[in-house]
Design a protein. Sequence first.
Length: 291
Amino acid sequence: MLFWQILIDGFAISALYALGATGFTLIFGVSGVLNLSHGAIMVGAAVAAWAAASELGVGPYTGALIGILAGFILAFATYFIAVRPIQRSKVIAESEKEIFILTATLLWGIIIQEAIAYLFTNNAKTVLPIVEGVTTVFGVRTPKNEYFTAAICWVAIGLLWFLVNRTRRGKAVMAASMNPRGVTLLGIELSSIYLTVWAIYGLLAGVAGILLGMFLGVSSYSVGPLTASAFSIVVLGGLGSVSGSLIAAYVVGYLETGTAYLISPAYRTIPALLLLVVVMYLRPQGLFGRR
């Protein structure tokens, strides 16, 4: 019974981790930006969905759409407020822009976090589930919304794979992640590629935030742990490697779930952090990293 409980819960939380980390990885792979406001964008989307459905009474479906829109808007706000001005600055040296962007996204994330706390308090918010009820699989009673969460995560990841590998725009995005200069030589503006990537990222972060709000609930205090979790996963899988992030998400998800059930929820993050330290020592580029 315990084995199946860990297997089912671990799969759902790992799927959430995978979806959240995929957008984080995509942004870095294409534009080289480590977006430290990632957790704030996810929480912002979840809180918007909660407020729309619970406070305004628009229902779970419309609330989810509003949450996705909020994630989309916050992602573009991050790009135009915290990232693009630094990328285009002629005052800041090229060698220093990465650390400036890192700091700017961190501060922007804190601003979003404090705004959420001010407008909606620090209390945890649970987004109304789209799928209600409980089902029993292998003797384990599990909310149907948990299976729905895992399914939507993988549908979103599948759509991303199709976009990147089967569409002209997606192939341009993939090419930009490998050779930005080569893309410009083909007559494709990198600025348009960046806009496409941030749009995709906003949708992924919005969906991941809403599903997380349905599954576990979120508060302004969730911002830091969510950003740290995504960062750990992409470092473990390899910065810029989407496939590495997917595998790392399941490694981390099952390590945390197994630790929570077999030892204590208070220690759930420790094994994954220890694994990250070992991987960084033995293979600094991560399991599948290119750089």
